[in-house]
Design a protein around this ligand. Structure first.
Ligand code: SF4
Length: 327
Protein backbone atom coordinates (compact mmCIF):
# COMPACT_ATOMS: atom_id res chain seq x y z
CA UNK A 1 0.00 0.00 0.00
CA UNK A 2 1.44 3.40 -0.96
CA UNK A 3 -1.08 5.41 1.04
CA UNK A 4 -3.53 4.18 3.64
CA UNK A 5 -5.88 6.67 5.30
CA UNK A 6 -7.86 5.29 8.23
CA UNK A 7 -10.85 6.93 9.93
CA UNK A 8 -9.50 10.43 9.38
CA UNK A 9 -11.38 13.33 10.99
CA UNK A 10 -10.27 16.96 10.83
CA UNK A 11 -11.57 19.96 12.70
CA UNK A 12 -11.01 23.73 12.83
CA UNK A 13 -11.01 25.93 15.91
CA UNK A 14 -13.50 28.73 15.37
CA UNK A 15 -13.85 30.97 18.42
CA UNK A 16 -13.91 28.61 21.40
CA UNK A 17 -15.34 25.67 19.46
CA UNK A 18 -13.88 22.96 17.28
CA UNK A 19 -15.95 22.37 14.13
CA UNK A 20 -15.56 19.15 12.22
CA UNK A 21 -14.79 19.68 8.49
CA UNK A 22 -13.87 16.10 7.56
CA UNK A 23 -15.44 13.05 9.18
CA UNK A 24 -14.19 9.48 9.29
CA UNK A 25 -12.53 9.23 5.87
CA UNK A 26 -10.84 5.97 4.91
CA UNK A 27 -9.23 4.95 1.63
CA UNK A 28 -6.08 3.23 0.43
CA UNK A 29 -4.16 3.20 -2.83
CA UNK A 30 -1.43 1.05 -4.29
CA UNK A 31 1.28 2.10 -6.75
CA UNK A 32 -0.07 3.66 -9.99
CA UNK A 33 -3.67 3.74 -8.75
CA UNK A 34 -5.61 6.97 -9.13
CA UNK A 35 -8.45 8.32 -7.02
CA UNK A 36 -10.44 11.50 -7.60
CA UNK A 37 -12.38 13.33 -4.87
CA UNK A 38 -15.41 15.25 -6.17
CA UNK A 39 -18.06 17.35 -4.51
CA UNK A 40 -19.38 20.87 -4.10
CA UNK A 41 -17.32 23.71 -2.61
CA UNK A 42 -16.98 23.38 1.14
CA UNK A 43 -17.42 19.59 1.22
CA UNK A 44 -13.95 19.10 2.76
CA UNK A 45 -11.95 18.06 -0.33
CA UNK A 46 -9.17 20.63 -0.01
CA UNK A 47 -9.00 20.27 3.79
CA UNK A 48 -8.42 16.56 3.22
CA UNK A 49 -5.70 17.29 0.62
CA UNK A 50 -3.85 19.67 2.96
CA UNK A 51 -4.10 17.16 5.81
CA UNK A 52 -2.45 14.48 3.66
CA UNK A 53 0.62 16.74 3.50
CA UNK A 54 0.25 17.79 7.14
CA UNK A 55 -0.22 21.36 5.93
CA UNK A 56 -3.41 22.32 7.72
CA UNK A 57 -3.97 25.96 8.73
CA UNK A 58 -2.93 26.89 12.26
CA UNK A 59 -6.49 26.50 13.57
CA UNK A 60 -6.89 23.06 11.93
CA UNK A 61 -6.05 19.74 13.55
CA UNK A 62 -6.45 16.04 12.88
CA UNK A 63 -8.80 14.92 15.63
CA UNK A 64 -8.79 11.23 14.79
CA UNK A 65 -7.29 8.68 12.44
CA UNK A 66 -4.07 7.80 10.67
CA UNK A 67 -2.39 8.72 7.38
CA UNK A 68 0.13 6.04 6.51
CA UNK A 69 2.41 6.96 3.61
CA UNK A 70 4.87 4.24 2.64
CA UNK A 71 4.46 2.69 6.08
CA UNK A 72 5.04 5.95 8.01
CA UNK A 73 2.23 7.57 9.96
CA UNK A 74 2.46 11.27 9.16
CA UNK A 75 -0.06 12.23 11.85
CA UNK A 76 2.39 11.31 14.61
CA UNK A 77 5.55 12.20 12.63
CA UNK A 78 7.97 14.90 13.82
CA UNK A 79 8.49 18.07 11.73
CA UNK A 80 11.77 16.70 10.42
CA UNK A 81 10.17 13.39 9.41
CA UNK A 82 7.36 15.27 7.65
CA UNK A 83 9.89 17.43 5.75
CA UNK A 84 11.55 14.22 4.52
CA UNK A 85 8.20 12.84 3.33
CA UNK A 86 6.93 16.00 1.61
CA UNK A 87 8.02 16.46 -1.98
CA UNK A 88 10.03 13.21 -1.96
CA UNK A 89 7.18 10.81 -1.18
CA UNK A 90 4.10 12.97 -1.63
CA UNK A 91 3.98 16.24 -3.56
CA UNK A 92 1.15 18.58 -4.36
CA UNK A 93 0.02 20.59 -7.35
CA UNK A 94 -1.55 23.55 -5.57
CA UNK A 95 -4.93 24.92 -6.57
CA UNK A 96 -4.03 28.14 -8.34
CA UNK A 97 -0.92 28.20 -10.52
CA UNK A 98 -0.98 32.02 -10.47
CA UNK A 99 -0.38 32.09 -6.71
CA UNK A 100 1.46 28.78 -6.30
CA UNK A 101 4.56 30.28 -7.93
CA UNK A 102 6.60 33.09 -6.38
CA UNK A 103 6.04 36.04 -8.78
CA UNK A 104 9.43 37.68 -8.09
CA UNK A 105 11.63 34.62 -8.55
CA UNK A 106 12.58 32.94 -11.82
CA UNK A 107 10.78 29.62 -12.24
CA UNK A 108 14.02 27.67 -12.72
CA UNK A 109 15.34 29.03 -9.41
CA UNK A 110 12.15 27.97 -7.62
CA UNK A 111 12.42 24.46 -9.04
CA UNK A 112 16.13 23.97 -8.31
CA UNK A 113 15.74 25.39 -4.78
CA UNK A 114 13.06 22.79 -4.01
CA UNK A 115 15.40 20.07 -5.24
CA UNK A 116 18.46 21.36 -3.36
CA UNK A 117 16.42 21.53 -0.17
CA UNK A 118 15.39 17.87 -0.38
CA UNK A 119 18.30 16.11 -2.05
CA UNK A 120 22.05 16.15 -1.61
CA UNK A 121 23.06 17.13 -5.13
CA UNK A 122 25.10 19.96 -6.68
CA UNK A 123 23.49 23.07 -8.22
CA UNK A 124 24.74 21.91 -11.62
CA UNK A 125 22.97 18.54 -11.23
CA UNK A 126 19.82 20.36 -10.01
CA UNK A 127 19.79 22.53 -13.14
CA UNK A 128 20.10 19.42 -15.34
CA UNK A 129 17.15 17.81 -13.49
CA UNK A 130 15.11 21.00 -13.91
CA UNK A 131 15.83 21.00 -17.66
CA UNK A 132 14.80 17.36 -17.88
CA UNK A 133 11.54 17.89 -15.98
CA UNK A 134 10.71 20.95 -18.12
CA UNK A 135 11.11 18.77 -21.21
CA UNK A 136 8.82 16.16 -19.68
CA UNK A 137 6.04 18.68 -19.03
CA UNK A 138 6.37 20.07 -22.56
CA UNK A 139 8.16 23.39 -21.90
CA UNK A 140 11.45 24.27 -23.55
CA UNK A 141 14.27 24.33 -20.93
CA UNK A 142 15.34 27.65 -22.46
CA UNK A 143 12.41 29.20 -20.55
CA UNK A 144 13.61 28.11 -17.12
CA UNK A 145 15.06 31.53 -16.35
CA UNK A 146 11.80 33.39 -16.96
CA UNK A 147 9.43 34.83 -14.35
CA UNK A 148 5.90 33.40 -13.84
CA UNK A 149 4.28 36.47 -15.46
CA UNK A 150 6.05 35.62 -18.74
CA UNK A 151 4.17 32.28 -18.93
CA UNK A 152 0.61 31.73 -20.18
CA UNK A 153 -1.94 30.14 -17.79
CA UNK A 154 -1.42 26.65 -19.27
CA UNK A 155 2.38 26.99 -19.11
CA UNK A 156 2.24 28.16 -15.49
CA UNK A 157 0.21 25.05 -14.66
CA UNK A 158 2.81 22.88 -16.40
CA UNK A 159 5.56 24.65 -14.43
CA UNK A 160 3.69 23.92 -11.18
CA UNK A 161 3.46 20.25 -12.21
CA UNK A 162 7.23 20.28 -12.91
CA UNK A 163 7.82 21.78 -9.46
CA UNK A 164 5.75 19.03 -7.83
CA UNK A 165 7.58 16.27 -9.71
CA UNK A 166 11.14 17.50 -9.34
CA UNK A 167 11.94 15.13 -6.46
CA UNK A 168 10.27 12.15 -8.17
CA UNK A 169 7.55 11.57 -5.52
CA UNK A 170 5.55 8.33 -5.32
CA UNK A 171 2.26 10.16 -4.76
CA UNK A 172 1.04 13.21 -6.63
CA UNK A 173 -1.79 15.20 -5.11
CA UNK A 174 -3.49 17.51 -7.63
CA UNK A 175 -5.85 20.08 -6.11
CA UNK A 176 -8.18 21.45 -8.83
CA UNK A 177 -5.39 21.15 -11.45
CA UNK A 178 -7.50 22.44 -14.35
CA UNK A 179 -9.59 25.12 -12.66
CA UNK A 180 -9.08 28.62 -14.12
CA UNK A 181 -7.72 27.23 -17.41
CA UNK A 182 -9.47 27.55 -20.76
CA UNK A 183 -10.93 24.31 -22.12
CA UNK A 184 -8.06 23.65 -24.54
CA UNK A 185 -5.44 24.09 -21.79
CA UNK A 186 -7.61 21.96 -19.46
CA UNK A 187 -7.57 19.09 -21.92
CA UNK A 188 -3.79 19.38 -22.44
CA UNK A 189 -3.05 19.50 -18.69
CA UNK A 190 -5.28 16.47 -18.05
CA UNK A 191 -3.60 14.47 -20.82
CA UNK A 192 -0.20 15.49 -19.45
CA UNK A 193 -1.13 14.31 -15.94
CA UNK A 194 -2.31 10.94 -17.23
CA UNK A 195 0.88 10.56 -19.28
CA UNK A 196 3.16 11.56 -16.38
CA UNK A 197 1.34 9.18 -14.04
CA UNK A 198 2.39 6.31 -16.32
CA UNK A 199 5.91 7.61 -16.92
CA UNK A 200 6.69 8.22 -13.22
CA UNK A 201 4.64 5.26 -11.86
CA UNK A 202 2.68 7.74 -9.78
CA UNK A 203 -0.17 7.16 -7.39
CA UNK A 204 -2.49 10.05 -8.27
CA UNK A 205 -4.96 11.74 -5.93
CA UNK A 206 -7.04 14.39 -7.63
CA UNK A 207 -9.38 16.92 -6.05
CA UNK A 208 -11.97 18.56 -8.28
CA UNK A 209 -15.45 20.05 -8.26
CA UNK A 210 -15.68 18.93 -11.92
CA UNK A 211 -16.75 15.29 -12.20
CA UNK A 212 -15.76 15.13 -15.87
CA UNK A 213 -12.13 15.89 -14.94
CA UNK A 214 -12.08 13.01 -12.46
CA UNK A 215 -13.90 10.70 -14.88
CA UNK A 216 -11.19 11.40 -17.44
CA UNK A 217 -8.14 10.98 -15.24
CA UNK A 218 -8.94 8.60 -12.36
CA UNK A 219 -9.77 4.90 -12.10
CA UNK A 220 -11.51 5.39 -8.76
CA UNK A 221 -13.76 8.14 -7.49
CA UNK A 222 -14.85 9.25 -4.02
CA UNK A 223 -17.90 11.52 -3.87
CA UNK A 224 -17.76 13.82 -0.84
CA UNK A 225 -20.56 15.68 0.89
CA UNK A 226 -20.64 17.47 4.25
CA UNK A 227 -17.08 16.32 5.05
CA UNK A 228 -17.80 12.63 4.43
CA UNK A 229 -17.30 10.15 1.61
CA UNK A 230 -20.78 9.28 0.35
CA UNK A 231 -19.78 6.85 -2.38
CA UNK A 232 -16.43 5.32 -3.33
CA UNK A 233 -15.66 2.89 -6.09
CA UNK A 234 -14.47 2.25 -9.59
CA UNK A 235 -15.16 5.43 -11.63
CA UNK A 236 -17.15 3.66 -14.30
CA UNK A 237 -19.32 1.80 -11.76
CA UNK A 238 -20.02 4.94 -9.76
CA UNK A 239 -20.88 7.12 -12.75
CA UNK A 240 -22.81 4.51 -14.70
CA UNK A 241 -24.81 3.07 -11.86
CA UNK A 242 -24.66 5.13 -8.71
CA UNK A 243 -26.08 3.86 -5.42
CA UNK A 244 -26.29 7.29 -3.80
CA UNK A 245 -28.82 10.07 -4.54
CA UNK A 246 -26.20 12.83 -4.14
CA UNK A 247 -23.85 11.22 -6.68
CA UNK A 248 -26.70 10.85 -9.12
CA UNK A 249 -27.81 14.46 -8.70
CA UNK A 250 -24.23 15.64 -9.15
CA UNK A 251 -23.92 13.65 -12.39
CA UNK A 252 -27.27 14.93 -13.66
CA UNK A 253 -26.25 18.52 -12.98
CA UNK A 254 -23.51 18.21 -15.64
CA UNK A 255 -24.31 18.09 -19.36
CA UNK A 256 -23.71 14.66 -20.93
CA UNK A 257 -21.75 14.22 -24.14
CA UNK A 258 -23.70 11.09 -24.99
CA UNK A 259 -27.31 11.85 -24.18
CA UNK A 260 -29.81 14.51 -24.95
CA UNK A 261 -30.67 16.20 -21.70
CA UNK A 262 -33.21 18.96 -22.06
CA UNK A 263 -32.78 20.33 -18.57
CA UNK A 264 -29.90 19.95 -16.15
CA UNK A 265 -30.77 18.91 -12.62
CA UNK A 266 -30.44 21.45 -9.88
CA UNK A 267 -29.75 20.27 -6.34
CA UNK A 268 -32.07 22.33 -4.15
CA UNK A 269 -30.77 24.07 -1.01
CA UNK A 270 -27.24 24.35 0.32
CA UNK A 271 -24.67 22.02 1.85
CA UNK A 272 -24.84 21.86 5.67
CA UNK A 273 -22.99 24.43 7.74
CA UNK A 274 -20.09 23.16 9.86
CA UNK A 275 -21.70 24.93 12.80
CA UNK A 276 -24.89 22.99 12.44
CA UNK A 277 -24.13 19.53 11.05
CA UNK A 278 -27.24 17.34 11.01
CA UNK A 279 -27.59 14.42 13.38
CA UNK A 280 -28.56 12.00 10.62
CA UNK A 281 -27.52 11.86 6.95
CA UNK A 282 -25.82 15.16 5.94
CA UNK A 283 -27.72 15.13 2.62
CA UNK A 284 -31.16 14.58 4.19
CA UNK A 285 -32.50 18.15 3.82
CA UNK A 286 -31.79 18.13 0.05
CA UNK A 287 -32.51 14.50 -0.76
CA UNK A 288 -35.64 13.59 -2.73
CA UNK A 289 -35.58 10.09 -1.21
CA UNK A 290 -35.17 11.10 2.46
CA UNK A 291 -37.32 9.26 4.99
CA UNK A 292 -37.72 9.68 8.73
CA UNK A 293 -34.73 7.52 9.61
CA UNK A 294 -32.46 9.73 7.44
CA UNK A 295 -32.95 12.70 9.79
CA UNK A 296 -32.26 10.77 12.98
CA UNK A 297 -29.59 8.18 12.11
CA UNK A 298 -26.29 8.58 10.30
CA UNK A 299 -26.08 5.96 7.55
CA UNK A 300 -23.14 3.58 7.95
CA UNK A 301 -20.74 2.88 5.09
CA UNK A 302 -21.89 -0.32 3.37
CA UNK A 303 -20.46 -2.41 0.55
CA UNK A 304 -22.76 -2.81 -2.45
CA UNK A 305 -22.55 -4.13 -6.05
CA UNK A 306 -19.14 -4.32 -7.65
CA UNK A 307 -17.36 -3.53 -4.40
CA UNK A 308 -18.64 0.02 -4.11
CA UNK A 309 -18.78 1.68 -0.69
CA UNK A 310 -21.91 3.75 -0.10
CA UNK A 311 -23.29 5.76 2.83
CA UNK A 312 -27.05 5.70 2.37
CA UNK A 313 -29.74 3.85 4.33
CA UNK A 314 -31.38 2.82 1.07
CA UNK A 315 -28.35 2.17 -1.13
CA UNK A 316 -29.58 -1.27 -2.17
CA UNK A 317 -33.34 -0.74 -2.04
CA UNK A 318 -34.04 2.31 -4.19
CA UNK A 319 -33.21 2.99 -7.83
CA UNK A 320 -31.47 6.36 -8.04
CA UNK A 321 -30.71 5.94 -11.75
CA UNK A 322 -34.17 6.60 -13.20
CA UNK A 323 -32.77 9.13 -15.66
CA UNK A 324 -30.52 6.43 -17.07
CA UNK A 325 -26.84 6.61 -17.76
CA UNK A 326 -25.55 10.11 -18.31
CA UNK A 327 -21.86 9.27 -17.85
FE1 SF4 B 1 -31.05 10.40 1.01
FE2 SF4 B 1 -31.59 9.05 3.25
FE3 SF4 B 1 -29.84 8.07 1.54
FE4 SF4 B 1 -29.24 10.23 2.98
S1 SF4 B 1 -29.61 8.18 3.76
S2 SF4 B 1 -28.86 9.95 0.83
S3 SF4 B 1 -31.21 11.25 3.05
S4 SF4 B 1 -32.02 8.38 1.16
Amino acid sequence: MVIDVRNLSIEYKIGNDYLEAVHDISFSLTKKESLGFVGESGCGKSTLAYALLNLLEENGRISNGEIIINEKDIVSATNKEIRDIRWKEIAMIFQNAMTALNPVEKIGVQITNALLLHEKISRKQAIERAKDIFNKVGISPSRLMEYPHEFSGGMKQRAVIALALICYPNILLADEPTTALDVVAQRQVLELLVQLKEEFNLTLIMISHDISVVAEACEKVAVMYGGEIMELGNTEDVFKSSNHPYTKSLINSFPSLYQEISELEQIPGYPPSLEDLPKGCPFATRCAYAQEVCFSEKPAMRRVNNDKLVKCHFAEELDFNKRGDSY
